[in-house]
Design a protein around this ligand. Structure first.
Ligand code: SIN
Length: 273
């Protein structure tokens, strides 16, 4: 083993040491990192030094770079999303529990978030293990959810109706040409690499169960949203400049804590297709 892996909580999350991810890493180290991600669902690195080319190069070792459709402003590196909080922002990107970009037919498998500038306190990120959330459901609930699909779309977080750009520094497409993307996904999915089942709904993207009205769907969705993030399924990451969080978007939810309104927080994110 090249890397050292130290869990940070009972539910998920591990800190990786012994590696500079900006280096040209050999394949066996990448295999170890990928295995740590599968074992712990989200992995963290400290004291890294990534510019945009190194960030993209590290990301490419795990798959194709994903270009987010709602953050396209003609920038030089369309694969980079800048997650920014400026003093006085009334909202932050990712402040509700979610998996990323689940309105897509094939949502990204993961994301690599790198801290450029973070506050002395606050601005942590929470993660929740959706294998545990699924496993903790009763047999009857599992049976009921097994055939269900949920309709995910991005109308709450992009497009001219949201008004989010007036509330926060992280800007999103709000132009009149924007069109929503919608896909139905199974409520219980099977992870393609581990073969384990996990819950796959989130309150940012999901609107209703396929074939059911919003009113019919909402009570069960509300139950699942609360269940999915029970404290015993979560971990909390405290950022420092140069920290990285790399999460498996197929089996986790995450949330950016908006708790230090006057502090600057600048992050740089890639996603893996
Ligand atoms: C995100 O949802 O990707 C952003 C998370 C964070 O800023 O902590």
């Amino acid at each position: 083993m090249t890397i050292a892996v130290k869990p940070i909580a009972g539910a998920l999350g591990a800190e990786i040491s012994g590696v500079n991810v900006g280096d040209d890493l050999d394949d066996s180290t990448i295999v170890e990192i990928r295995q740590a991600l599968l074992d712990h669902q989200v992995i963290f690195f400290r004291d890294q030094d990534l510019d945009v080319p190194r960030h993209k190069a590290f990301t490419r070792r795990f798959g194709e770079l994903f270009v987010h459709p709602n953050f396209q402003f003609g920038q030089d590196n369309p694969e980079i999303v800048y997650v920014r909080r400026e003093p006085g922002d009334r909202q932050v990107l990712g402040q509700g529990w979610h998996a990323d970009t689940t309105m897509m037919a094939t949502p990204p498998m993961g994301a690599i978030l790198y801290a450029l500038e973070v506050p002395a306190m606050g601005g942590d990120t929470l993660f929740a293990n959706q294998y545990l959330a699924y496993n903790a459901l009763s047999t009857g609930m599992k049976y009921m959810l097994d055939g269900l699909r949920a309709v995910h779309n991005d109308t709450r977080i992009a497009g001219p109706g949201t008004g989010l750009n007036a509330e926060r520094a992280s800007q999103v497409r709000e132009d009149e040409d924007w069109r929503p993307t919608e896909t139905a996904h199974p409520v219980v999915r099977t992870h393609p690499e581990t073969g384990r089942k996990c819950l796959f709904v989130n309150g940012i993207y999901v609107h209703h169960f396929e074939g059911m009205t919003v009113a019919e769907s909402q009570p069960l969705l509300d139950y699942l949203y609360a269940h999915a993030v029970r404290p015993e399924f979560t971990c909390r990451f405290r950022w420092r400049p140069g920290s990285i969080a790399f999460w498996d978007n197929r089996c986790t939810l995450h949330l950016a804590v908006h708790d230090n309104h006057d502090a600057v927080r600048h992050m740089q994110r890639t996603q893996i297709a």
